[in-house]
Design a protein around this ligand. Structure first.
Ligand code: FAD
Length: 305
């Protein structure tokens, strides 16, 4: 079934996982997916390591998602990919029963100044996939409520999103956004710009200080509201959360306190998005099921419908 059909009827619910870098991570993944599927997600998406070494594992993970009993959505990027290569890979996904994709430009690998492939933007990929494969894929595209980090302006970024829709995209998966006022502004703005695609909201669980700061600032320039900054500051691990051997005497206590406050923060964010009537909640499961399950359970997302 098309995910956009589900989103017309009710709020969709999904997870995102990534191809593990280690053999042990790969061994653990089927169990994790099985647990995640106990929550009956409408789909699970798998990231695509643009230009990196784990691209091959993406298909393996998509198959594991199928085995676990839900729809796989593969992320796919144009980084380092030729038209012929893209056609071949997309055909391979279809041959393996993967017919949902998130069409992305992709993160430029460190030191790269361009995509190193035949296409420069996600809009090109959407148009190409539609031209070559018609309606065989359901296509999601990325949307950045705060504007993509390299965009000239929010208006220009929204025009690009409209172009993705005009080229045949079906729905939007958003970049994480903790700034709820900005999210509401963006949602109004895209609707005014004629973008009618459903909006599936990406939410990163706040579980670890370094990972939270990294996700917000290493690439995306996401605003962290005062409340989130306070949680980070109040539980700061000295000298900083990035060092391997902190000299802080209470590292474990602070990690636990941070995680508890972060889970509460995430639950409140989910409640706000649901109250706004978004079309889907897409939880970055980070290949973990225990913390993610606690968030789902305590949020009432699967019980208080
Ligand atoms: P685009 O839409 O192509 O936009 C890139 C920039 O170019 C923007 O600033 C845009 O405004 C500008 N632009 C676009 N088209 C034009 C045009 N025609 N003329 C001028 N300017 C233009 N990355 C990965 O590598 N692997 C993943 O698995 C992955 N998963 C993601 C999942 C989600 C839900 C999201 C939101 C992002 C994900 N990313 C992933 C990150 C994404 O690849 C980066 O944000 C990337 O920098 C931009 O991708 P995009 O598809 O938004 O690019």
């Amino acid at each position: 079934m098309k995910l956009t059909e589900i989103m017309k009827q009710r709020m969709a619910f999904s997870f995102e996982v990534f191809p593990p870098k280690t053999d042990k991570g790969m061994e653990n993944l089927p169990g994790t997916l099985e647990h995640l599927c106990e929550w009956k997600p409408d789909y699970i998406s798998c990231t695509y390591g643009a230009g990196g070494s784990n691209v091959g594992k993406n298909m393996e993970v998509c198959k594991l998602i199928q085995d676990a009993g839900t729809t796989p959505v593969t992320h796919f990027t144009v980084i380092g990919n030729t038209k012929e290569g893209i056609k071949e890979q997309l055909q391979n996904y279809l041959d393996n029963g993967v017919d949902h994709m998130l069409a992305l430009r992709g993160d430029l690998p460190f030191g790269w100044t361009g995509t190193g492939g035949d296409f420069k933007y996600a809009t090109d990929l959407v148009a190409f996939a539609r031209k070559e494969f018609g309606d065989k894929f359901e296509i999601a595209v990325a949307g950045s409520p705060e504007g993509h980090i390299t965009c000239r302006s929010l208006d220009a970024d929204i025009a690009v999103l409209k172009q993705k829709q005009d080229n045949g995209a079906d729905y939007i998966m958003t970049q994480l956004c903790w700034d709820m006022e900005q999210f509401k502004y963006w949602l109004d703005a895209i609707r005014q710009a004629g973008i009618t695609m459903p909006v599936d909201v990406g939410i990163m669980p706040i579980l670890d200080q370094a990972a939270t700061i990294n996700m917000a600032l290493s690439r995306n320039g996401c605003v962290m509201p005062r409340e989130l900054c306070e949680i980070i500051s109040q539980n700061w691990i000295f000298p900083n959360p990035f060092v391997k051997d902190p000299f802080d005497a209470d590292v474990e206590g602070k990690k636990a306190a941070f995680k508890e406050a972060g889970i509460e923060y995430t639950i409140n964010q989910i409640a706000e998005y649901r109250a706004m009537g978004v079309d889907g909640i897409h939880l970055y499961a980070l290949n973990k099921y225990k913390d993610v399950s606690e968030i789902i359970e305590r949020s009432g997302m699967r019980t208080m419908v």
